[in-house]
Design a protein around this ligand. Structure first.
Ligand code: H2U
Ligand code: ZN
Length: 340
């Protein structure tokens, strides 16, 4: 990668934003020994966990003795279906607000308190994929929902409130900011080139073969050229589909496969249960057609050098633009060399 040895900017065509890369600050890939943090042991069932089967949650509700995946309405939902706020698009002027209705759900991946996605069996991850798909379908079908955001915060470092394996689904009346940026870029690209931005990007990455982490028949995991987080990755469906609701049975099976393999590699990187925020970007569920949307997931992990040394997005990042030292190519090579 001799062409990327000194500071340069890379363009993110999905958001139309630039990032600063400073490879000269890491003269060589970091090869030091990694201290193994003590493995945390958790019981398979925790009587004090609000996500374990049969336990009580805040507000007096009780979880059923579930098996497999369990979905419930978040007891502290950030979005409410009948938001009474009268902020009906105060669109004029500088003080602008609008009503936002929606629904928030919590999705327990497993009844087992001690598991995480990489530790779960393929068949059980497949049930999680099916639940993501079903939630997208069900919430997206509501007439006041324009977007369904499926995501997971994993680990205390990412603000997960509980180690019990779980994710969330937030469905909203408007398309949120990040998907709005990405959809705009995809729409403009489609208009200009008559092809899909992410289909073309995937083809370019497969040809370059410098940032691919792993792949299977239906999905590719790569470190995007414009990655901001040190070990950020993206999962892309090979086929041009906009939403999980359009996946075939084989594609959902392959998604479970690549999620397990990618998160297993992440755990091996620093010999720790790897923290991240991840989520899917899919077609909006408003009334419009979205030929521009290409189903994908982003993994944003905070760790930089070890189980405890993280990257902070501060200073220059907050005030100017995101910056990284490690190139995407080196990050991809390191992830690509890990066992599954
Ligand atoms: P996170 O760990 O990603 O924050 O998700 C846990 C969610 O669970 C969080 O949004 C909800 C919180 O509001 N929750 C309940 O719905 N019921 C409870 O009894 C505790 C937490
Ligand atoms: Zn639990």
């Amino acid at each position: 990668m001799t062409r990327f040895t000194h500071s340069h900017r890379r363009f993110n065509p999905l958001t139309n934003e630039w990032i600063l890369v400073s490879p000269q600050r890491v003269q060589r890939p970091w090869l030091g020994q990694i201290e193994k943090p003590p493995r945390e042991t958790r019981p398979a069932y925790d009587p004090d966990c609000y996500l374990c089967p049969g336990n009580a949650r805040a507000g007096g509700k009780r979880n059923p003795p579930y098996d497999g995946v369990f979905v419930f309405d978040n007891d502290f939902a950030a979005l409410l279906p009948d938001a009474a706020t009268d902020a009906r698009a105060e669109a004029a002027g500088l003080l602008c607000a609008t009503r936002e209705r929606g629904l928030c759900r919590v999705l327990c991946f497993s009844p087992r308190h001690d598991l995480t996605l990489p530790a779960m069996a393929h068949a059980d991850i497949r049930r999680v994929v099916d639940a993501w798909t079903e939630q997208t379908r069900e919430l997206g079908a509501l007439d006041f929902i324009a977007y369904v955001q499926v995501f997971e915060n994993k680990g205390e470092m990412m603000g997960a409130s509980n180690p019990h394996p779980h994710g969330q689904v937030w469905a909203s009346e408007h398309i949120p900011t990040e998907p709005t940026k990405e959809l705009r870029a995809q729409r403009e690209y489609l208009r200009a080139h008559d092809t899909c931005l992410l289909c073309d990007y995937l083809a370019a990455e497969l040809a370059a073969a410098e940032r691919i982490v792993l792949q299977n028949e239906h999905w590719v995991a790569l470190v995007p050229f414009w990655a901001v987080w040190p070990f950020e990755t993206m999962l892309l469906s090979r086929r041009h589909i906009g939403s999980m609701t359009e996946t075939t049975d084989a594609e959902r099976d392959a998604l479970a496969n690549i999620v397990k393999r990618l998160t297993t590699r992440y755990d091996h990187l620093f010999e720790t249960s790897f923290p991240y925020s991840m989520g899917f970007h899919q077609s909006p569920t408003d009334d419009a057609a979205h030929p521009e949307a290409h189903l994908h997931a982003h993994y944003y992990p905070p760790l930089l050098r070890s189980a405890t040394i993280r990257k902070f997005m501060v200073g220059y990042e907050m005030l100017a633009e995101p910056q990284r030292d490690l190139t995407a190519e080196i990050a991809a090579a390191r992830l690509g060399a890990l066992p599954e």
